[in-house]
Design a protein around this ligand. Structure first.
Ligand code: GLY
Length: 313
């Protein structure tokens, strides 16, 4: 079976000066995942390797470098789903785990459910994953933004703003922070297994305890070896309302090609939810790609067997 992989580094109004680092991070993540697949490795390992690279790269809103909550802390969400078994593992509100995707993977392979907060961190310790200080996940850029927000010098992103206004999908105004977003990956291994994964710090200055689309099955991600996998990114409050990832896979089930499925899913998001915004990546069992977004940009990279890596932002 042909191998294939796609990763994304967030769908939002990525500023011009952040385009190159986003692309570099996506390319590095793809290379890490591809090395696993090319060596005959498994899709869960490829996804975990790719997402870990992005969690460790401070440019992304995942792992180290994530946005801060209104309380000035980092709270992380992540998930992984296996399209062969439909097993699923998710984590939310982590404050002391450097690589949430690895914990989500351990949950998928173990109890197969969704663990949040203290219980999730206790499970991490029980399976031998180390905890870190919350401060170790905070970078200067995000601490500075949070301090500016607290001082009233910048506003929170205007999610849900109607098209044409200054929201996260347009050029951010001088005053508003321009969003930030999730990373994700889909891998197809040589046995035909499709696995989806994602990880996020959520939205800037979110309420402590807030959980977006990322770790919710059918919203931020979904995979079925028979039809395809989808991973979503964007304004979580809008994505959950249309169960965007399941919707994209359902469009594949109805026979749409992956590119059309991604486009229809994103159009439906904007039509059904006022200001609904985000991006969707798709990979099919044949290794075909779909990619659509209605935010200003999405950072991505993909590769199909016999081809060279392709990337964009
Ligand atoms: N898409 C990430 C979030 O809304 O939390």
């Amino acid at each position: 079976m042909p191998i294939a992989m796609i990763v994304h580094g967030g769908a939002w109004a990525i500023p011009d000066e952040q385009v190159e680092p986003h692309l570099a991070g996506c390319r590095a993540a793809l290379a890490a995942g591809w090395a696993v697949l090319e060596a005959g490795g498994l899709a869960p390992d490829a996804c975990e390797a790719a997402v870990r690279v992005m969690e460790d790269a401070p440019i992304f809103d995942a792992g180290t470098g994530s946005v801060l909550t209104s309380a000035g802390t980092v709270e992380l969400d992540a998930a992984m789903m296996d399209g062969r078994t439909l097993r699923y593992g998710a984590v939310a509100n982590l404050r002391r785990v450097r690589n949430p995707i690895t914990l989500a993977r351990r949950i998928m392979d173990g109890p197969g459910t969704f663990l949040a907060g203290e219980g999730a961190e206790q499970f991490a310790l029980a399976v031998g994953l180390p905890l870190c200080e919350n401060d170790a996940l905070v970078v200067e850029r995000e601490r500075g933004l949070w301090e500016a927000w607290r001082a009233g010098q910048v506003a929170a992103p205007q999610y849900g703003a109607p098209v044409g206004s200054q929201g996260p999908d347009q050029q951010p105004s001088a005053h508003a922070v321009g969003g930030r977003d999730t990373v994700g990956a889909i891998a197809l291994d040589s046995s035909g297994n499709l696995v989806v994964a994602n990880s996020t710090g959520g939205t800037p200055f979110k309420l402590p305890g807030r959980i977006g689309d990322t770790p919710m099955v059918g919203c931020g991600l979904y995979a079925d070896d028979f039809t395809g996998g989808a991973v979503c990114s964007g304004w979580g409050e809008s994505i959950v309302r249309v169960a965007l990832a399941r919707r994209a896979v359902e469009l594949l089930e109805r026979g749409l090609p992956p590119q059309s499925a991604a486009e229809v899913a994103i159009r439906n998001l904007a039509r059904r939810v006022s200001g609904g915004s985000g991006g969707c990546i798709i990979l099919t069992p044949a290794g075909r790609i779909g990619l659509a977004w209605n935010t200003r940009r999405i950072a991505y990279a993909y590769r199909q067997e016999g081809g060279e890596p392709t990337w964009g932002c």
